[in-house]
Each structure stands twice: as structure tokens, then as C-alpha cells.
Design a protein around this ligand. Structure first.
Ligand SMILES: C[S@@+](CC[C@H](N)C(=O)[O-])C[C@H]1O[C@@H](n2cnc3c(N)ncnc32)[C@H](O)[C@@H]1O
Length: 247
């Protein structure tokens, strides 16, 4: 294999994992791993450190990227990404337009399902970081474009099945979406504040979208202990409001 991989082992009762590229060597507290050897292996094989500790080689999946990818800011949470995927019915023939790219976490999940993702990022440094993350994820179907989605969307002459907007500019971008979305396609916006969500709803209200809904997803983890089983008492934080509309 010639792609990034996850190396995982259980040592002294604890799971350890490393996200690596098949080049050079890596010094760990379990010994030195000759990463070049990965080129002769496939996912599911094992690799040993010079101290004889065996690690299993796994194919990275989007949740691994959520944990290991470099971040330029707050990425979208898997619970919210799941709602986007389920409500749009994203599938392998879909073309997706995404903005802003940020760390590229949403784009990675979308790209692991859809045929193609075009994603716009206004900041060049963030774009370069996302480019690295896409390479780490082993995805070649994500096209990164530098630019302000508010102006760039007006120049597009292609159409998309799903459009995801995660920027403060979303309400100003919405008026141009009908020109570049296939009939029956979905627009999804993500906004941390009520005020933003309201502006987006007003903007959508001035177009011909149908089945418009704004939702918040709450995820409660269940904790298991000798004392009993119950929802975790850890704080459930707010992430963002998701607005879904169909054209
Ligand atoms: C909250 S982050 C997106 C996170 C991303 N969805 C993820 O899962 O990693 C918002 C990103 O939008 C970018 N951005 C802000 N305004 C933009 C615009 N007008 N056009 C393109 N990108 C923009 C920001 O630089 C930032 O990286």
C-alpha cells in the first residue's frame, strides 16, 4: 500500500494508535516502526516495532480523520454531519458544492460517499491545511478552490446535487443557489447562532425551495459504571443549527 494508514495496538491494557504515511521511520515508546515497510503490506496486515510489538494496519475512515486531522478551526461534529447525510440521501452519483472548507472534515465525509466534492475556502493557509487533510484521507475526488463563495458562486456554470454552506456568508449566498442546483437537489446550511439561522431562513423564503426545516441535533452518550447506567452527566454543548431545504 502507498496510502496513509492507522496503526493500532493494545499495550498494557491500553489502546494506542498512530496515523502514519508509508515513509521513513517513527520513534514511539513501543519501539521504532519502519514505515517504509508499509509499502509491502495491505490493510489488515501487521507491522512490528524493533522491540517486537505488533500493530495492526487499518484503513483510515472519516471518523479517524475527525480525530487525527490537523484543524484550522472548529470542524463540524459527526452528529451534525450524520444529519446532513441522512436528510440529503447523499449517494455515490452526487456532485457536491461545499463552503467554507475549514479543516475539511465535512468535505471528507461527503467525499467518502459522493462522486465529487468542490469546496471553497477564503483563506489560503486554511486551504493548504485542508489539502493535506484530504491527502491523508486518501481522497482524490475533492477539488479545493480558493475564493469567497459569495462571489465565486456567481461565476459557476455547473450544477450540483447537494450544496453545503458553513460560513457566515451563507444568507448572502443562498440567492445564487437556484442557478447551480439540480431540481430536487438539497441545500444545507450550518449556523452556530439563532440570528444567523433566521437570516438564512429569510433568504431561503425569498426563493422557491420547499420542505425547509431548521433543526438542532442533540447527542446523549450513555455512561456505564458499577453504580448504574444513565445518560452521561457531562455537559451537552450546543454546536449549530442545520437548515435543510429542497429545490
Ligand atoms: C466553521 S469553518 C468550516 C468547517 C468545516 N465545515 C469543517 O467541517 O471542517 C468556516 C470556514 O469558512 C471559511 N470562510 C468564511 N467565509 C468564507 C467565504 N465567504 N467563502 C469561503 N470560505 C469562507 C473560513 O475561513 C473557515 O475556514
Amino acid at each position: 500500500m502507498n496510502t496513509p494508514a492507522i496503526l493500532k495496538t493494545f499495550h498494557n491494557g491500553k489502546m494506542k494508535e498512530y496515523f502514519v504515511r508509508p515513509e521513513g521511520e517513527m520513534h514511539t515508546d513501543l519501539g521504532i516502526i519502519k514505515l517504509d515497510e508499509l509499502r509491502e503490506k495491505t490493510f489488515g496486515d501487521k507491522i512490528s516495532t524493533h522491540l517486537g510489538v505488533e500493530l495492526i494496519i487499518q484503513k483510515p475512515r472519516p471518523p479517524d480523520m475527525f480525530i487525527h486531522a490537523r484543524r484550522s478551526g472548529a470542524p463540524m461534529m459527526p452528529k451534525d454531519i450524520g444529519v446532513i447525510i441522512s436528510n440529503t440521501g447523499l449517494c455515490s452519483s452526487d456532485s457536491v458544492l461545499d463552503a467554507g472548507t475549514g479543516s475539511g472534515i465535512l468535505a471528507i465525509y461527503l467525499g467518502s460517499i459522493a462522486k465529487r466534492v468542490v469546496t471553497y475556502e477564503i483563506r489560503e493557509d486554511f486551504l493548504e491545511l485542508a489539502r493535506e487533510n484530504f491527502a491523508q484521507a486518501g481522497l482524490a475526488n475533492i477539488e479545493l478552490r480558493l475564493g469567497d463563495i459569495e462571489t465565486e458562486i456567481q461565476k459557476l456554470d455547473e450544477k450540483f446535487d447537494v450544496i453545503t454552506l458553513d460560513t457566515m456568508a451563507s444568507s448572502r449566498v443562498v440567492p445564487y443557489v437556484p442557478d447551480i442546483i439540480y431540481p430536487g437537489g438539497f441545500l444545507v446550511t450550518y449556523s452556530p447562532f439563532f440570528e444567523q439561522a433566521k437570516e438564512i431562513r429569510e433568504s431561503i423564503g425569498r426563493t422557491n425551495f420547499v420542505h425547509v426545516r431548521t433543526i438542532e441535533t442533540l447527542e446523549r452518550e450513555i455512561s456505564f459504571s458499577d453504580r448504574g447506567t444513565r445518560p452521561s452527566t457531562a455537559r451537552v454543548g450546543h454546536t449549530g443549527f442545520i437548515t435543510i431545504a429542497r429545490y
